[in-house]
Design a protein. Structure first.
Length: 430
């Protein structure tokens, strides 16, 4: 069967790889000049680096199984994470339950209460019983108003901005699960996985796997239109016309709506209902390190960004000729004035705050910078989401959709894109 795949991110490459192994004729269309989508890389100091910070957890079994199959297990490095919390001008370690117990901004009673709630969610919680509640309402009630305002509300605001108060507790639950899955048995540390030289070899190996079975992987090949006749898919328009038996779109829902004409109204409405937050990621190459923390959550609503992720506090700076790599991360709605800011404008906006994290910081430390913007970075997952997930099979015969809006209750991530790619591959192969 000839199968077209739209999108060369982790989902598209995985589904293409799985179906190529089953003997199908694959043509993958990627609009950008490079593969990898949100997990794509660029060159910095002679090595590859993700445009957006990336690591995996020890519990990411689907990803690890595929990495193993591709012969890349030896390239995985498991490193102790250094997570911190920046609150009222001070950085606190925030990796283990013991760090929470030492977190001075909360009273001892509040810390113990927040710790017990965290433990409950990690061990016993069931997302089905939680999805009717907002994360904000549930955490205020059980972890306490103050713990919520200091710790959990900033995390929700960081990702969902103005929609933070609508996010379902099931989503927050999944974040606790992911993190406990990456803890050592003694709970004393958390291990995070990163591939030597970036995740680019993983992306390349998937594309090579498709080509090895006779498939085509095309870059710079945006699909302009999915060709539908009599309610059935006939192919795609990507420069030329490509006749195909089946098509799997792994693009964001708003792109799918653009390229598939005359979608039945019910399905189109369902796709429109899920909104996304845009990620703004400013990458700085610096001569000095900003702090000792890898992942610094900012619990200060006046800060212009929500996370400072110092990649070279996970991977030694020697890998990048001694340079220090810092991602400054924010999630915004398209209506936010920052959405269309240039790299220079964002630098002006962000850099003064770095001095609050490290008073020695000097703008001269910054040797180079890159701004990346991803419109489909984070689907907004609200209460009762399980009833609104668009189906993989669309109302157009032989046309399938597989994107991050269908990942639930887990937070979107490469592991779940791999799982999605495999599941949809099995469905299409039936
Ligand atoms: C800031 C940020 C940090 C993240 N951190 C992590 C992390 O630490 N760990 C982790 O596991 N995951 C992380 N993720 C999530 C992870 O990268 C994504 O969940 C995953 O890569 C999504 O893959 P995808 O293939 O579903 O979507 P995408 O990567 O979005 O792929 C879709 C592809 O479709 C292409 N496309 C769009 N329109 C067309 C068209 N018309 N024709 C052809 N192609 C088209 C796009 O160019 C893109 O390549 C992060 C994401 C972001 C944004």
């Amino acid at each position: 069967m000839s199968i077209g795949i739209i999108g060369g991110g982790v989902t598209g490459l995985t589904v293409g790889y799985e179906l190529a192994k089953k003997g199908h004729q694959i043509v993958l269309f990627e609009g950008q000049p490079y593969l990898g989508g949100q997990a794509s890389t660029f060159e910095i100091e002679g090595t590859r680096l993700e445009r957006y910070y990336h690591h995996i957890f020890t519990g990411d079994e689907d990803m690890m199984r595929l990495i193993g199959e591709l012969g890349l297990t030896d390239r995985m490095q498991w490193l102790a994470s250094k997570v911190g919390f920046f609150y009222e001008g001070k950085t606190y370690d925030f990796v283990t339950p013991f760090d929470l117990l030492r977190f001075e901004p909360l009273s001892l009673l509040q810390r113990v209460r927040a710790g017990l709630v965290t433990l409950y969610l990690q061990r016993f919680g069931d997302w089905r019983t939680l999805e009717g509640f907002t994360a904000q309402g549930w955490m205020r009630r059980y972890a306490g108003q103050e713990a919520h305002e200091v710790i959990f509300a900033p995390l929700l605001r960081a990702k969902f901005g103005e929609y933070a108060d609508q996010v379902t507790m099931a989503w927050l639950w999944s974040k606790f699960k992911d993190r406990v899955g990456s803890r050592s048995r003694t709970m004393a540390r958390e291990l995070l996985g990163y591939m030597e030289g970036s995740f680019q070899p993983f992306i390349d190996a998937l594309a090579d796997g498709i080509r090895a079975q006779g498939g085509e992987v095309l870059t710079d090949a945006p699909v302009e239109r999915v060709i539908v006749e009599g309610g059935r898919v006939k192919g795609v328009q990507a420069g030329d016309t490509w006749p195909l038996d089946k098509v799997i779109a792994t693009v964001p829902s708003f792109v799918f709506l653009d390229i598939v004409p005359d979608l039945p109204a019910d399905y189109a409405d369902q796709l429109r209902e899920v909104r996304y937050q845009t990620s703004l990621c400013l990458v700085l190459k610096m001569t000095h390190s900003l702090s000792r923390i890898y992942w610094l959550n900012i619990s200060d609503p006046t800060f212009p960004f929500v996370g400072a992720i110092e990649h070279t506090n996970l991977i030694p700076s020697e890998k990048y000729n001694g340079k220090h790599i810092l991602y400054l991360s924010d999630y915004v709605a398209k209506s936010d004035p920052l959405y269309s800011a240039s790299a220079e404008e964002l630098m002006m906006h962000y850099l003064p705050s770095l001095r609050q994290i490290n008073s020695d910081f000097d703008v001269d430390w910054v040797e180079d910078s890159w701004l990346f913007r991803e419109d489909a970075a984070q689907p907004i997952i609200t209460c009762g989401y399980s009833r609104r997930i668009p189906s993989y099979e669309t109302p157009v015969e032989d046309l399938y959709l597989a994107n991050t809006t269908q990942i639930y209750p887990q937070d979107r991530g490469m592991n779940y894109s791999v799982r999605l790619g495999r599941v949809v591959g099995e469905l299409v192969d039936q």
